[in-house]
Design a protein around this ligand. Structure first.
Ligand SMILES: [Zn+2]
Length: 269
């Protein structure tokens, strides 16, 4: 499932069409990804407009077009954005394709938990303007993190990290990575860490920067020193020097959660 860095990687794929007029729009009108959108309006307005800018915020995407048109996107579980040759034929899961002279901009999503939105207006849409502060923004303060930990004190820390209202862009792998780096058992309650908000904020910002660098630019492989490369392997071991304990996986509030039993002791997940 795409998280902050993967989403930014996909955003950049569409930049191949920046500054180009949209010649033609192909859309699967009945695809579930358009459940909040008028496909007729989207098709009408985007054809002839120019692709001007792309933005990512957490797991959300926003694309600006001339004439004050905004295309919002969320990749859900299996969504992806691609740039293909301008004469590419849309495939089964290509629910939206914007054709320019140079490139075809594709939104594909086999499982359709993703979402496309369309709005027009002089300002970015309200849902975008109302987004919580990004992890790498100056407004993502220690006070804000501490407040979130206190308000949701009874929620397991890993579950809380998945809450997009507090930690936009964090998904399953990043939440596990953070808990592992901090040596926090993922099932321990957020309230236990209220005094440790500075540490959490630092770890979040460091991982966000690292992930954007490693994955966000060219979908590179994270280093073996991260939990990431070991978490899905059967018999995978904790990559921390001097530990090497066998990792354990368990369900936590519906999400598979990986931890090191030695580095992250505490209540059972
Ligand atoms: Zn360990």
């Amino acid at each position: 499932m795409p998280e902050l860095a993967e989403v930014d990687y996909f955003r950049k794929q569409w930049n191949a069409g920046l500054g180009r007029p949209i010649r033609r729009v192909h859309a699967h009108a009945n695809a579930r990804v358009f459940r909040e959108t008028s496909v007729r309006l989207l098709t009408q307005k985007l054809a002839g407009s120019t692709f001007e800018a792309s933005f990512a915020h957490g797991k959300n995407l926003l694309f600006a077009f001339s004439g004050g048109h905004w295309l919002g996107g969320h990749l859900g579980m299996t969504g992806r954005l691609e740039a293909r040759p301008p004469d590419a034929r849309p495939e089964k899961h290509d629910h939206l394709v914007l054709f320019t002279d140079a490139v075809a901009l594709v939104f594909a999503d086999p499982r359709m938990f993703g979402r496309v939105r369309f709005e027009s207006g002089p300002e970015p849409p309200e849902w975008w303007r109302d987004s919580p502060p990004e992890i790498l923004s100056n407004d993502f303060t220690t006070a804000r993190v501490a407040d979130f930990l206190k308000r949701r004190a009874r929620t397991p820390i890993k579950t809380l990290l998945l809450d997009q209202a507090g930690f936009p862009g964090i998904g399953n792998w990043m939440a596990d990575e953070i808990c592992w780096r901090l040596r926090w058992h993922p099932a321990r309650l957020a309230g236990e860490f209220a005094e440790r908000a500075p540490e959490l904020r630092r770890a979040l910002r460091l991982l966000a920067r690292q992930a954007l660098r490693v994955i966000g630019d060219d979908w590179g492989d994270p280093p073996d020193s991260w939990l990431f490369n070991h978490r899905w392997k059967n018999g995978g071991r904790c990559p921390r020097g001097g530990c090497r304990a066998e990792l354990v996986r368990a369900d936590l509030r519906g999400r598979t959660t990986c931890r090191c039993p030695r580095c992250q002791p505490g209540t059972a997940a």
